[in-house]
Design a protein around this ligand. Structure first.
Ligand SMILES: [Zn+2]
Length: 60
């Protein structure tokens, strides 16, 4: 699949790392399925992250 960003690279399935941030809290999720451009490194998520990785920080 051709990359829509650089229009040169080829996207290949792989695993990426997502960094979610809300206020002072940062959550890192590894091994998220994505299509990654071999040329520019742009990432297209296989699934919409909204909802699946909803960050709900607890108040201390
Ligand atoms: Zn690209």
């Amino acid at each position: 699949m051709k990359c829509v960003i650089c229009k040169q690279g080829e996207r290949a399935p792989g695993l990426a790392t997502v960094t979610l941030q809300r206020d002072e809290t940062v959550v890192i999720v590894r091994g998220v399925p994505a299509d990654i451009c071999q040329d520019c490194g742009d990432i297209t998520w296989k699934k919409r992250l909204h909802g699946r990785f909803t960050l709900r920080p607890k108040k201390l």
